[in-house]
Design a protein around this ligand. Structure first.
Ligand code: MF3
Ligand code: CO
Ligand code: CO
Length: 289
């Protein structure tokens, strides 16, 4: 990178002089790069206007999950949940992002018990007492994507299942607590991995969080397990998901022939919670809360 003169206009298009805009941040990033960390490419940052769009989309995603929370119960099929999400999204001016996404045929992902993620809603799968289920909603509103998921416990589940669901939620919020400007993104996976392992659980490695907002899946990749290496530096304006998948047994996955459904290899339970977040100047904003 050639060095931009202090008095030139900033590269970001703000119209401000470089010394009054991104100079200080660039110097800090250079220093961190010298220490072995990685700076994200400049095109991963969102503008204020884009973040506002993702925020509005995120509110709808939250309301969709609230709606599901009110209605979900034993006896309901995953296809009924799909219809609720589809109708509610359309009625509120949105588009369900999963529908026709790379061949996915439904408007929401419904992942029960040993299904880690990307379960496809259908008429034969009826929720029963003791099930745990992840509902993963991604909404496009005015062109902006937001992505969030929650677990639901149907009736009375085993103590182990309830613990798994709670630990997975705690993992999400521990990860969120690591988000700060100019900090190593790998610290998210480090705290999540350590906490899951401490509780006797494992963290899925084959699937990750992701940049989101203008597209469904963007750079960067967000890993949820401990990696003892220096990673990407988090910078204000980055928008990405944190969505740890926590397994009761081994972290290994099987990918089913339907092209989507991911299950635990050992048949154990799996739980996941997801938010879309934005790195801000002072820390973090959860955009799907
Ligand atoms: N919402 C999922 C995620 O968190 C992706 C689902 S892709 C789909 O990234 F096609 F299955 F919807
Ligand atoms: Co996601
Ligand atoms: Co999702």
């Amino acid at each position: 990178m050639t060095k931009l003169s202090r008095n030139y206009l900033c590269w970001c298009g703000s119209g401000k002089k470089y010394k009054h805009c991104h100079l200080e941040e660039d110097e800090m990033l250079n220093e961190l790069e010298d220490q072995g960390y990685f700076a994200p490419s400049r095109d991963v940052f969102k503008t204020e206007e884009q973040i506002e769009g993702i925020r509005t989309s995120g509110k709808l995603t939250k309301h969709i999950l609230d709606m599901v929370e009110e209605r979900i119960k034993a006896g309901v099929s995953t296809n009924e949940i799909n219809s609720w999400v589809h109708e509610y999204t359309i009625q509120n001016g949105g588009i369900p992002a999963p529908l026709n996404y790379e061949g996915f045929t439904k408007s929401v992902c419904t992942s029960i018990n040993n299904v880690i993620c990307h379960g496809i809603p259908n008429d034969h799968e009826i929720l029963k007492d003791g099930d745990i289920i992840n509902i993963d909603v991604t909404t496009i509103l005015d062109g902006y994507y937001s992505d969030a998921s929650r677990m639901f416990i149907i009736g009375n589940a085993s103590e182990k299942a309830v613990k798994l669901v709670n630990v997975a939620k705690e993992c999400l919020y521990l990860g969120i607590g690591e988000v700060k400007p100019y900090k190593d993104m790998n610290s998210i996976g480090n705290v999540i991995g350590d906490y899951a392992n401490k509780n006797g659980f494992s963290v899925v490695r084959d699937l990750c969080g992701h940049g989101v907002g203008i597209e469904f899946h963007e750079e960067p990749q967000v890993d949820h397990y401990r990696k003892n290496e220096k990673g990407l530096i988090m910078i204000p304006g980055m928008v990405f998901t944190i969505e740890p998948m926590i397994n009761e047994g081994s972290y290994e996955c099987n990918f089913l022939d339907d092209g989507w459904t991911v299950v635990t290899k050992d048949g154990g339970l799996s739980a996941q919670w997801e938010h879309t977040i934005c790195v801000t100047k002072d820390g973090i904003e959860i955009l799907t809360d």
